[in-house]
Design a protein around this ligand. Sequence first.
Ligand SMILES: *Cc1c(COP(=O)(O)O)cnc(C)c1O
Length: 416
Amino acid sequence: MYNEVRKYDPQLYAAMQGEVLRQQQNLELIASENYTSKAVLEALGSVLTNKYAEGYPGKRYYGGCEHVDVAEKLAIDRAKQLFGADHANVQPHSGTQANIAAYLSLINPGDTVMGLNLDHGGHLSHGHPLNFSGRYFKIIKMNVSKDTELLDYDEMEKLIEKERPKLIMAGASNYSRQWDWARIKRAADVWKCFLVTDIAHYAGLIAAGIYPSPVEYADIVTTTTHKTLRGPRGGLILSKACYAKSVDRTNFPGNQGGPLMHAVAAKAVCFKEALEPSFKTYQTQVLNNARKLAAEIQARGYRIVSGGTDCHLMSVDLRPKNVTGKEAEIALDKAGITVNKNMIPYDPQKAMVTSGIRVGTPAITTRGMVEKDMAVIAGLMDEAITARADDKALKAIKEQVKALCAGFPMYPGFEN
Ligand SMILES: *Cc1c(COP(=O)(O)O)cnc(C)c1O
C-alpha cells in the first residue's frame, strides 16, 4: 500500500505505515473517531483534489467545473434527504468552520451566545476563550445539574431570560444523554433567540433515526462528517430555506476559499452509505455496544456519569478507583487501548489531569465487534488501569488487545 510514497518519501512512508498498524492493532475507543469505507478513502485520494471550484454548483468562479458540480450536487441532495433538511452546504472544511459560518449567518461579533459549559461536555467552538467563538462573542454557559448530571433546562430558561442571548448553540462533545431540542426551541422562541444545534457527535445516530433529530427545531444545524457519520474529515451545514443564501455566503466567500472537492466527493459517498438500511443496523449496534460497555465498566467499580448512555459514548468517572484521567489514558495507551482523558461535570481536577475518560463505540463497531466483545474490552481496560504502574503487565495486555483486534480486520486485505 502507498507504493508511490514508499518509493519517493521513505520517512513519511514509515509514519504512514506505523499509523496503519496502530489503527489495525489498537482498540480505538476515542468517541469522535471511526473507520471510513474504502469507497470514502478512494474519493478522498482522487484527482478531485486538483480542482478549484470556488462558488456553488452552476455558479462557479472557475471553468471546468462540470464534473465536480455533479459530485457536489450529489452530496447536497443526499445530505438533505438524509436529515430531512431544506438546505445543505457541504463545503465546510471542518466542524469548527461550519460553526463559524453558522454564527456569522445569524449574529454579529459582540453578540451574546449561550453554549454548553466546556467542562460539562461542550465543544471549544461553543465559547472557549482561545477559540474564535470565545473571542468574537460574549459567552453564557449552560450547565448540567450537579445531582443528575443531566442538562439543567430550568436553569437554562432562567439564564436566557436574564442574559437574553441572541443565539443558543446546543450540542456537545461529551454528553451521553438525549437533548430535549423541542424544549430549547420553546425557550429560544420566547426570547426571539436563534437556535443552532451542533450534532457533530450524534449525526450518525440521528441519520439512522435512533437519536432525536433537531432539524425541525433549529434555524441552523452543523455537524462533522467524520465521527458517527463515518465519512471523511469535514463539516456540513443544514438550514431552514430562509437561511440558505446567508449560510452559503457566510461559508464562501465569508469564511473559506475553494472547497476541498475530493472531500466533498467523499461526503457524497458517506451520505449514500448512510441512506442504506445497513447504516441503521450499524448505528443500532453502536448504541447497543455503548450501553453494554457502560454496564460492564460500571460492574467493575467505576462510575458512569449520569448512570449510563443514550448514544455512542460515555464519560467514566475514575475517582472510585483513585485514578486520574491522565494516568488512565497513559496506562491504556501502553496497553494498546486508545481513549482520551476528559473533564467530568464539576471535576475537581484541572483540564490536563481530569477525573474522567471519554469512551466511545463507533470505531470498534465498524470493526464488527458486538456485545460479547464489550465485556472482554471492559475487562482489559480495568486490568490495564489497575496495572498502571506495571509496564510488563501492560505489555502483556497489549498482546491480548492485538490478538483481539486481529480477529476484526480494519479493511480486509488492506493491512500491510
Ligand atoms: C468534533 C466537534 C466539532 C468540531 O470538529 P472539527 O472538525 O474538529 O473542527 C464541533 N462541535 C462538536 C460538538 C464536536 O464534537
